[in-house]
Design a protein around this ligand. Sequence first.
Ligand SMILES: *Cc1c(COP(=O)(O)O)cnc(C)c1O
Length: 458
Amino acid sequence: MESNESYDELAAWDRTHVWHAFTQMQEYEPLIIERAQGCTLIDVHGRRYLDGVSSLWCNVHGHRHPKLDAAIRAQLDKVAHVTSLGLSNPTTIRLAKRLCDLAPRGLEHVFFSDSGATAVEVALKMAFQYWRQCDEPRPRKSQYIALDAAYHGDTLGSVSVGGVARFHEMFRPLLFDVLRLPAPDAYRLPAGISREDAAQHYLQQLARLLNEHADQVAALVIEPLVQCAAGMVMHPAGYLRGVRELTRKHNVLLIADEVAVGMGRTGRMFACEQEDVSPDFLCLAKGLTGGYMPVAATLTTDEVWKAFLGDYASSRTFFHGHTFGGNPLGCAAALATLDVFEEEQTLANLQPKMARLAEHLARIAAHPHVGQVRQCGMLGAIDLVADKGARTPFPWEEKRGLRVCEHALTQGVWIRPLGNVLVLMPPLAISLAEIDQLCAATAAGIHATLGEHRSSKQ
Ligand SMILES: *Cc1c(COP(=O)(O)O)cnc(C)c1O
């Protein structure tokens, strides 16, 4: 350790003064990371842990990437912060142009903020204001459609469209009402619905909702392909495209929240590309800066942008802003992140890694308490169940997922569960050997806490 305090002091201050996110502080045990390198986190004692969740979706190219480190240092020699309220700077401008060039067609304008939640708030408010200012105003369109178990961040607007009961229910009196759709879960399907019919089934529910309510709906908000915080609920193929077709037909704007699934996670730069979808809003954060800096972006179309143009007195301005939106240090990190995607051919090199992850998951799937394994690109999920046939989860109070992760930590691997679902989402830069280590520690954790199982494949 570099400074003078002892580990015990640091740990005591951490327990007392740092209020950790989504953490029961009464039970909190400090794990204090001092340094990192590549896919490895290093704690104050020098112990090393493989970062199995990219520091929660963030570090796509790993930690301490020389290119990212250098980009931030170079920007620091120019200017660290320039407000976006009426001023600009070359780095922020370049990032906006670069994102518009990369994004699905039609997304031409970028509003910068500083977190995933704010990126979603911006889209929600823009959609609302758009219907008041577009050529044929439809001021009745003031509601939103969102999915059950959705997660879009923790500010009140994003919690309103969120639907994770365990996190959100308590705040219900503070939230606005939302039209809800069932989560299009391809694993826990409703009785009588086959896998083949799943997309159609869920799309018919949307069609009914739109037939009845479209004239009150400003926008539909969705996490494309995978509802992550819900427990990596994966949508049936074709669902996203169907949502785009129906929303377009019914004149409802589509907000794609790619805060988690964007930036290469699904194997393409943006998840919407997997179904050739262009949303009206694309929300990015987390991995946008390679996990280095809090930068978020809300991209939108010319159609939306034009509705906000007018002279000052028209009050068509978007009266919304975040002090650090478009911060040059963060934008420098984001530009470098995009450079590394190109120079290292990150997406092309993902193919063998995805295949290796799939092999490991297939073996893990044989365990009697693994109900299903799911994969979307470099995102793996292991659904732990009390009863495999009935697909019943363990009671959440039993913290089964957490126990597996605690065991993995003893093997030098850091992962974090979503209730009963184990999640593997390492940096895209991970090596095949590190994937083996990650999956071996996860499998060992499952065996140690849920019972040994030897499948014929092992
Ligand atoms: C994490 C997340 C958010 C919130 O991002 P913050 O930066 O934590 O505010 C929003 N949407 C999705 C899908 C997320 O995974």
